[in-house]
Design a protein around this ligand. Structure first.
Ligand code: SF4
Length: 338
């Protein structure tokens, strides 16, 4: 296996909760806890989870918009918090859910795409050639250079936002729900474009989404987040065909399918009930125990260790045993130290 391009090691983020007129600290929210994963060059890694799972906070820490409270992020072997790492930040760019975040409404599309090029002090003619090339790469007509964001559809704006991210010549693109504001037919076109750009430019992706079905044809590995913790990581084949953690099993069971054969292959899991608990008040033990149909006494007390189920596939659940993705009977489970 090649050297990892990105290594996320024990990453954590805690936000202070403030209140009152003086903004006194009233508590804290553990948005992300002890998250670790790595990506090889050219790989697409998916981070899946519901709202509040910490996926966008992880994205913002990778691109340097939010400082971690714990852990480290290495890019090409350098800690992004070190002077050498800070210098390589330009090689990591983000595409946001709302393309309006990266397109200034008062700038033409060409002017917005040119911002990262101007920062590098390139000559005007060079910038114009690069803008034309970037518009071509994202399959927008050349005359979009002089148009303004309000004249573009949602899908066209997202293509322009991708062109702007590519202007910095990134090696890693962090895609934070890049299609969730778009119609389904437009979503598919943007995913096709990202796959094509990944191949032609050798890009590495972190793809963040609440929608597992979107990931299936895009990423090679998936990490599933629940309340800021990675509860399962595996190849896309393992996650879709042999999901192990009860939460992942429920997510896969709710992914819509188009054939009876696919329906027959899905895990038979009850629909998840109950709200996701607040990250400000994390349940003790396994944070999923308040909604898990398999929960038993140990779950509310002890946080489960990661269990290796296969090469590059692990999950955190007391009912899992090494080498198997089948859930054991609770009678087979021994409490740690028992
Ligand atoms: Fe469910 Fe317990 Fe496994 Fe958590 S550890 S997923 S609560 S069975």
């Amino acid at each position: 296996m090649s050297e990892p391009l990105l290594e996320v090691i024990g990453l954590g983020k805690t936000f202070a909760v403030r209140g009152g007129l003086l903004g006194t600290v009233r508590g804290e929210v553990k948005a992300v806890g002890d998250v670790s994963f790595s990506l090889s060059k050219g790989e697409a890694f998916g981070l899946a989870g519901e709202s509040g799972s910490g996926k966008s906070t992880i994205a913002r820490m990778i691109v340097g918009l939010t400082a971690p409270s714990a852990g480290a992020i290495l890019f090409e072997g350098s800690d992004l918090a070190s002077p050498q790492g800070v210098a390589s930040r330009r090689a990591i760019q983000m595409v946001f859910q709302n393309p309006g975040s990266s397109l200034n409404p008062r700038r033409s599309i060409g002017q917005s795409i040119a911002v990262p090029l101007e920062a590098r002090k390139l000559g005007r003619a060079h910038i114009e050639r690069r803008v034309a090339r970037l518009l071509d790469l994202v399959q927008l007509p050349a005359d979009f250079r002089v148009r303004y964001p309000y004249e573009l559809s949602g899908g066209q704006k997202q293509r322009a936002a991708i062109a702007r991210a590519l202007a910095a010549e990134p090696k890693l693109l962090v895609l934070d729900e890049p299609t969730s504001a778009l119609d389904v037919s437009v979503q598919a076109k943007i995913i096709e474009l990202l796959i094509e750009l990944g191949r032609s430019l050798g890009l590495t992706y972190v793809f963040i989404s609440h929608d597992l079905s979107l990931m299936r044809n895009f990423v090679s590995r998936v990490g599933v987040l629940y309340l800021g913790r990675l509860i399962e990581v595996g190849s896309v084949a393992r996650i879709f065909d042999a999901p192990a953690h009860p939460y992942t099993r429920s997510l896969i069971a709710s992914v819509p399918v188009i054939s009876d054969a696919e329906q027959a292959m899905k895990p038979k899991e009850p629909i998840l009930e109950g709200e996701v608990p607040s990250p400000a008040n994390l349940p003790k033990g396994c944070a999923f125990h308040t909604r898990c149909p398999y929960a038993f006494a140990l779950c509310a007390e002890i946080f489960p260790d990661a269990v290796a189920l296969d090469v590059d596939h692990f999950a955190r659940c007391h009912l899992l045993a090494p080498g198997e993705s089948r859930l054991r009977d609770t009678a087979a489970v021994r409490a740690p130290g028992a």
